[in-house]
Design a binder for this molecule. Structure first.
Ligand code: 6CS
Length: 313
């Protein structure tokens, strides 16, 4: 059969490289064929999710930044300073976490989705027109965030004026000054040319960008066991590949940005400067519990336990 798989980025971006590896594994090991739909071919992130839930697509990569508006628990990824900063701890966490690999699976299943993999896409940086080194420096600055309520709370806690927008409105919004900042990993700042419309990159250390790949659950449940195994094996191969692929990617992307725009200002906030942003995270964690209740509370507890195990590695 031909299976349709949509994602939120270009073929040469992290989600595209992941999807290409998945396709390669499936096609090398079966007669099935994968048709890939990069960003822009079928609409925004919200559109490809609807199409997957409707069964028009078999596979979709949608980041929790957008899924959080549908599945509140997915907003856990927007509690600032929760995920580890080292690549080793992140790798261990995503591979072994029960919260990721079991708990989230049953939460997504309630929405007709078979969660297949979650993986990190890189440290998030903030790009703005003007430099800032404290929450006061973000006062009145409209920062675009992905469309989920907890990310709005995070940026409020950070002192900014958060503006949730779909991806397609970000470049133009920065150009026309409707927004003055946005956050994303460096590979995306480079490939989406965010450096053309913002002048400062700030390393706040508050997050790593997480994404998720899932299948329409009815489709997946209807597959013979051998095909389910094939899909899971292909997802594992793609995961291994994407973790390897991302080694040094942020550094290479920053170098490319500075080649294109040598005057781009790069600011690494010190631990002291990060402290007030970190302190704001407590309030955001409380908001997460408000939004998700007992289910979110249990998930967060497991998540933290898994993080401890990952950091101890
Ligand atoms: O900020 C966004 O909306 C986009 N960022 C990334 C890294 N991937 C896709 C997403 O749409």
């Amino acid at each position: 059969a031909t299976w349709r798989y949509a994602f939120e980025e270009a073929l040469t971006d992290v989600q595209g490289v992941y999807a290409s590896k998945f396709k390669e594994h499936i096609e090398a090991n079966s007669d099935h064929r994968i048709q890939l739909f990069p960003y822009g071919t079928l609409g925004e992130s919200a559109d490809i999710m609807e199409q997957t839930q409707a069964g028009l697509l078999q596979f979709v990569d949608q980041s929790p930044g957008f899924t959080g508006s549908l599945i509140p628990e997915a907003q856990i990824f927007f509690i600032p300073y929760l995920l580890p900063e080292t690549q080793e701890a992140l790798d261990h966490f995503f591979r072994n976490s029960k919260a990721i690999n079991e708990d989230f699976k049953s939460i997504y299943a309630q929405h007709g989705l078979e969660l297949l993999k979650m993986f990190p896409e890189g440290e998030v940086v903030v790009t703005t027109q003007e430099p800032f080194d404290s929450p006061a420096g973000l006062d009145g600055v409209k920062v675009r965030v992905m469309t989920n309520p907890l990310l709005v709370e995070s940026y409020k806690a950070f002192g900014a004026t958060p503006t949730p927008l779909p991806w397609g409105e970000v470049y133009g919004g920065l150009q026309t000054n409707i927004i003055q900042g946005q956050e994303n990993p460096l590979f995306w700042v480079e490939s989406a040319k965010m450096y053309e419309v913002t002048d400062v990159i700030t390393f706040t250390g508050h997050n790593n960008f997480t994404t998720a790949v899932m299948a329409n659950k009815r489709f997946f449940d209807g597959l013979p066991a051998e095909d389910q195994k094939l899909v899971r094996d292909a997802m594992q191969a793609a995961f291994d590949h994407i973790m390897e692929y991302q080694k040094g990617l942020s550094e290479r992307s920053l170098a490319k940005i500075l080649e294109q725009k040598p005057e781009m200002k790069v600011v690494h906030l010190t631990a002291e400067q990060r402290a007030p942003f970190r302190a704001a995270a407590e309030n955001v964690e409380a908001k997460f519990i408000d939004m998700t209740g007992d289910s979110g509370k249990a998930l967060l507890q497991q998540f933290k336990q898994d993080l401890e195990a990952a950091k101890a590695q």
